[in-house]
Ligand binder design. Structure first.
Ligand code: SF4
Ligand code: SF4
Length: 557
């Protein structure tokens, strides 16, 4: 491999890499604003200037190819002078907005001003003024004064979102970003520009002014909006989710996520529609009861049916662990009618990230349930023909399987549901258990390509504090969840579905002795061949690819 010397040390690099890429791989951060590893090179901010031996002038590291034997200095006097000059130039017209800017705390300009500026300004003239509150699109606000004209947003829109919607207008210090005449900055991926804008010029209307970033905890998780399973970080303050941002994973979502996933997959967590605790419908009146009473009632009511009269409906929205525990309970009752609901929208997909399957775990449920399951149509027909008299459903809404079930489910002899939020199913259920959302539990999903990925609790439930899941709690710390952030704020009285199921099983002979999600995964790894040899550590932060499934999914993708 060719070698490059950077700041006196030798590093190998890959042919075709630029100096900034070779340095990045070597762990050396050359300051940059306009360069982004996933976008084309524009070379306009000039802050990445470095000195290269035998070159007459400084060169920009983002567009100069590394060469074998090249000697680069990122800290020479000439380099630092140039860097200070560029920083001074960029800061001439930049407003002193940091105390009120959403980007503060994760702003490249703020960081570099601290690291690479001289610390004072010689500019005594009036700063240039531009529009500060421009509605660039339905989800994005633009502040012209903060913009440093790096063009990342324009290139993202052209190259990644494939929507040519943004451009520069005017020249010199009056240059600014705008949309083409009559157009709005509106495509399924606009909010990624907020992430990659190196300053606070682009802000999300949804998150604007909600929290300083350092006041939030940041938990690594997975988006549940579709079967892509984009890797995300959940931002939480006072036990409330305030934002989702994408997390890099080359194999799944590179550095991006869609606006739908970002805005619409967490608001149900802190919502008035949450189901808290357990309820039993006694003679037409819904009463809150203890978890124990509801579990006992669920067990003995199911026991009163023939197994052919019962159906269990698993969920592609729930984790592998929830579905595995559910299947074990179904087996203990001898239930054969087992299925789950597909949530496919063939009209809502693209070639970038968005998948037509609107659940995070349908491939996972397929693997857990195996081949012997019924089709959902058979179960729907069974309900309509009254052959099926009792249903246990987890984390899904029966009516979403078939609108015409609205009336039929009210006539079932028994309907039991675990659910995070109210739905037409819970409205009609005889027994309802409040389930933890994906943001309140440990577990795993399998995305459409066969990648097993972990979710982790970002917000606490009341139950979590009492839970036996202490070991899982201590593991959380390893991934950066800060428990002090949970001290304040509303906590919902909910339990993971696998735990509710385990508690129901305690009234029978086949008790499920699961105390934590990880134990269930270990059993899955022992019993389901596709997961052999896996555990939570092997899955790690970026997931684990089930090889055979990858081949299969390639054929059907
Ligand atoms: S709005 Fe942000 S990303 Fe776009 S050109 Fe300005 S500074 Fe760069
Ligand atoms: S593409 Fe799917 S998984 Fe990714 S952010 Fe959008 S909804 Fe979520």
């Amino acid at each position: 491999m060719p070698k490059i010397t950077i700041d006196g040390k030798d590093f190998e690099f890959k042919q075709g890499q630029t100096i900034i890429e070779a340095a990045k791989d070597a762990g050396i951060d050359i300051p940059h604003f306009c360069w982004h590893p996933k976008l084309s090179i524009s070379g306009n901010c000039r802050v990445c200037l470095v000195e290269v031996e035998k070159m007459p002038k400084l060169v920009i590291a983002c567009s100069t190819l590394a060469a074998d034997g090249m000697v680069v200095n990122t800290q020479s006097e000439k380099t630092l002078d140039a860097r200070h000059a560029v920083m001074e130039f960029i800061l001439i017209n930049h407003p002193l907005d940091c105390p009120i800017c959403d980007e503060a705390g994760e702003c490249k300009l703020q960081d570099y001003a601290f690291q690479h500026s001289v610390g004072e300004s010689r500019f005594v003239e009036e700063k240039g003024h531009k529009d500060k509150r421009v509605e660039l699109g339905p989800r994005i606000m633009f502040d012209g004064e903060r913009c440093i004209s790096c063009s990342r947003c324009i290139r993202f829109s052209d190259e990644i979102a494939k929507e040519n919607q943004l451009t520069f207008i005017r020249r010199g210090d009056r240059v600014t970003i705008t949309t083409f005449p009559g157009e709005s900055f509106d495509n399924p991926y606009t909010l990624n520009t907020v992430d990659i804008c190196p300053v606070g010029a682009l802000t999300s209307k949804d998150f604007r002014f909600k929290s300083r970033v350092w006041d939030m905890s940041h938990t690594k998780s997975i988006c549940v909006g579709c079967s892509r399973g984009c890797n995300i970080e959940i931002g939480v303050r006072n036990n409330e989710i305030l934002r989702l941002v994408p997390r890099d994973n080359e194999e799944v979502n590179q550095s991006w996520m869609c606006d739908f996933g970002r805005l619409n997959t967490f608001k149900h967590v802190n919502s008035d529609t949450r189901i808290e605790g357990a309820y039993i419908n006694k003679d037409g009146s819904v009463q809150k009861v203890s978890w124990e009473e509801a579990s006992k009632e669920a067990y003995f009511r199911m026991k009163s049916f023939k197994n052919s009269e019962l159906a269990f409906i698993a969920s592609a929205k729930a984790t592998l662990e929830d579905n595995y525990a559910f299947l074990q309970l179904a087996k203990s009752f001898g239930v054969q009618n087992i299925s789950y609901i597909n949530h496919i929208n063939p009209n809502d997909r693209d070639e970038i990230l968005i998948r037509e399957d609107k659940t995070p775990n349908s491939l996972g449920v397929d693997l857990i349930l195996g081949k012997s399951r019924s089709s959902i149509k058979e179960i729907v027909d069974g309900i309509k023909s009254k052959k099926i008299k009792g249903i246990f459903i987890i984390e899904d809404d029966l009516v979403s399987a078939d609108e015409s079930l609205k009336e039929a489910i009210s006539k079932l002899d028994l309907l039991i549901s675990t659910a995070t939020n109210k739905s037409q199913t819970t409205e009609n259920a005889d027994i309802v258990f409040g389930a933890s959302t994906y943001a309140e539990k440990n577990g795993t999903f399998v995305n459409f390509k066969g990648r097993v990925q972990r979710i982790r609790p970002a917000v606490a439930t009341e139950n979590m504090e009492r839970s036996l899941d202490q070991m899982a709690m201590s593991r959380l710390d390893k991934f950066g969840t800060k428990f002090d952030r949970w001290a304040k704020g509303k906590k919902y009285d909910a339990k993971p579905s696998w735990q509710i199921i385990s508690e129901i099983s305690e009234y029978g002979n086949s008790k499920l002795k699961f105390n934590m999600a990880e134990e269930i995964f270990d059993e899955i790894a022992n019993k389901v061949p596709e997961f052999k040899g896996l555990d939570y550590d092997v899955i790690g932060e970026l997931g684990f690819q089930l090889e055979k499934l990858n081949e299969k999914s390639k054929a059907t993708a």
